[in-house]
Design a protein around this ligand. Structure first.
Ligand code: FAD
Length: 548
């Protein structure tokens, strides 16, 4: 089929939060123009989703947003005090800090306020001339086999009807897309817990700006302050949470209420001199744990909070939104470029549903512990780093090397244990010191990109990889890029496909390849292993699952 030219954007993205911004960037990187609309006529200034997990950092790297990864900063430790005192009763890290390795360059969660995260992604979009159209709301839509007709309402009173090939609803928990599709949103909304969330600008010599400070607990009353560099100026920005039965939340949330009532509660919790400057924003948070039963119907999809809502405990929401958006968008790009059949899009729901279901269970358990003031409520297990999130059960992955995977090893939120054999559906590990014929060094993460599949052919020499290389020639070089990975000590190939010598053996050890045996690991544009196969026929079997 001929490659498609786009006169107008074929995709409308409704909602310019993290999910919408990332979906837009993946599509634009793939040469697909988008229109990105945002109901609000302002950019939210809040720090809300600030905990960025290692897996998200890897995906941002492969998305070419390393500037954002470099801007992340450490979580610090979690200091707790009795309410109204400065006596530290506990001071412990949220996570066990791990050392980076060649296979895992980003081992630990880090932070950036959501407003900062979004700003970095918007600056990448701006390079494509794309910016969110503020004050533009998706109201309703219809679809048929040819496309989607979306009705937009502008905050200047104008209305617009737009025709697109696909609609992505990244319009958050209360958005119009999920409702318009009539998707179920199953779960529960306990009415027993509420808290105020927001950001303040203030300074206090007694609060070390490198750590989180938690006064009291949710059993009676609590004030939590978390340093957030993006919110303030010169280290005066803090994320704020206030809750507990002894706090009059209604009074604090009253839209007519003054910021001083909130400052007074902070002052009561923290007996030290505080210079209050500004209440940046405030809002209510109530537990709401729900998810859709499918991530789309026909030509309309939901991603991020539009598809699942849950407790922020564990810092999975923004991260899951980013991962939804990437999963959908690389597939949509292939379909729009006439390289893959529309049925590929069915795998979006198939892959994300089990991951999100497990994420909801994990974060709900953590929320219960936090609300009850359990001792281990703030301990963050390794799996929250999301390195074990996998699509092993996906209908579009193909594993032909490892056999007999048991059901436990198929859990969608597996524990990522370094050193195990990666199988189809797993996160693809990094490797460093891969050297080409000219002596130039590469890492895998610098070669893996959201724009193409990378076919790693582990072979003793380029000749042994020839039949596989030949079979790939009928595919667009833009969509599938082969890399021959030669063992330590081999002489580099020249001409044709990229051939890299694994100088320190990191690639062979990370992918459990054996010198002298040919194995092919096909990496998807989202940094997951699509296939592990042994020969040219296996490569063909995988490509048939994804491409025309
Ligand atoms: C206090 C707090 C702390 C959190 N901490 C973390 C954390 O540490 N780590 C983490 O991963 N997550 C965290 N989260 C969760 C995270 O903030 C959300 O999961 C994330 O914002 C979801 O992104 P999204 O793009 O799916 O939705 P949103 O950010 O909600 O964006 C949706 C956008 O769509 C717009 N919109 C709505 N309706 C329409 C319409 N009809 N047309 C056009 N636009 C529309 C909205 O105005 C909004 O801008 C936290 C949340 C809170 C509240």
């Amino acid at each position: 089929m001929p490659a498609q030219q786009f006169d107008t954007p074929p995709v409308l993205i409704a909602g310019a939060g993290p999910a919408g911004l990332i979906a837009a960037l993946v599509l634009l990187r793939n040469g697909v123009p988008v229109r990105l609309i945002e109901k609000n006529d302002f950019l939210h200034p809040g720090s809300r989703g600030c905990g960025i997990q290692p897996r998200t950092m890897e995906l941002l790297h492969q998305l070419g947003a390393t500037d954002l990864v470099r801007a992340l900063y450490p979580l610090g430790s979690n200091r707790s005090y009795r309410f109204g005192t400065l006596d530290i009763v506990r001071d412990e890290p949220f996570v066990e800090l791990k050392t980076s390795t060649v296979h895992l360059p980003y081992p630990n969660p880090l932070m950036i306020g959501q407003c900062g995260f979004e700003g970095y992604i918007r600056s990448h979009l701006a390079k494509y001339g794309c910016e969110p159209e503020l004050g533009t709301e998706l109201t309703t839509f219809e679809q048929d086999e040819n496309g989607v007709t979306a009705h937009l309402s502008k905050n200047d009173g104008n209305k617009e009807t737009v025709h697109v090939q696909y609609l992505i609803g990244t319009d958050g928990a209360r958005g119009a897309t999920r409702k318009g599709l009539g998707l179920s949103f199953t779960g529960n909304t306990p009415d027993t817990f509420r808290m105020l969330v927001g950001d303040v600008r203030m300074t206090c010599d007694k609060l070390d700006y490198n750590h989180w400070h938690r006064f009291g607990d949710f059993k009676s009353k609590t004030v939590m302050l978390r340093p957030m560099r993006e919110v303030g100026v010169d280290n005066d920005g803090w994320a704020l949470m206030i809750g507990g039965p002894e706090i009059d939340i209604d009074k604090l949330l009253d839209p007519e209420g003054s910021k001083e009532v909130i400052f007074a509660v902070i002052q009561e919790a923290v007996p030290a001199e505080i210079q209050f400057k500004e209440l940046v924003w405030k809002g209510q948070w109530k537990p709401n744990m729900r998810m859709v039963d499918k991530f789309g119907v026909g030509r309309v999809f939901v991603a991020g909070d539009a598809a699942h809502v849950h407790s922020p405990t564990g810092g999975q929401g923004l991260n899951s939104s980013v991962q939804d958006a990437i999963n959908l968008s690389w597939k949509l790009a292939l379909v729009l470029k006439n390289l893959s059949p529309p049925s590929l899009l069915d795998s979006y729901s198939a892959e994300r549903l089990p991951v999100i279901a497990e994420m909801l269970n994990i974060t709900t358990e953590l929320f219960k512990k936090t609300a009850s003031g359990a001792d281990d409520a703030w301990k963050r297990e390794d799996r929250l780093r999301m390195l074990g999130v996998n699509y092993r059960r996906s209908p579009i992955v193909l594993e032909e090397r490892s056999t007999g995977l048991d059901s436990e090893s198929m859990a969608a939120y597996g524990d990522a244990v370094e050193g195990t054999t990666p199988v189809a559906g797993d996160r693809a590990p990094d490797a460093a010191r891969l050297v080409d014929a000219e002596g130039k060094e590469y890492t895998f993460f610098d070669l893996f990109r959201v724009t193409h599949h990378s076919v790693l052919i582990f072979a003793s020499d380029v000749n042994s990889a020839k039949s596989i290389l030949d079979s790939l020639q009928k595919h667009s070089e833009d969509a599938i890029r082969p890399i021959v990975v030669l063992p330590q000590g081999a002489s580099g190939g020249s001409g044709g496909a990229l051939a890299l010598v694994d100088r320190d053996g990191h690639a062979y050890s990370g992918y459990k390849a054996t010198e002298g045996e040919t194995v092919v690991v096909i990496l998807r544009p989202d940094g997951f292993v699509g296939a592990v196969v042994n020969d040219v026929e296996g490569v063909g079997r995988y490509l048939q699952k994804v491409f025309f």
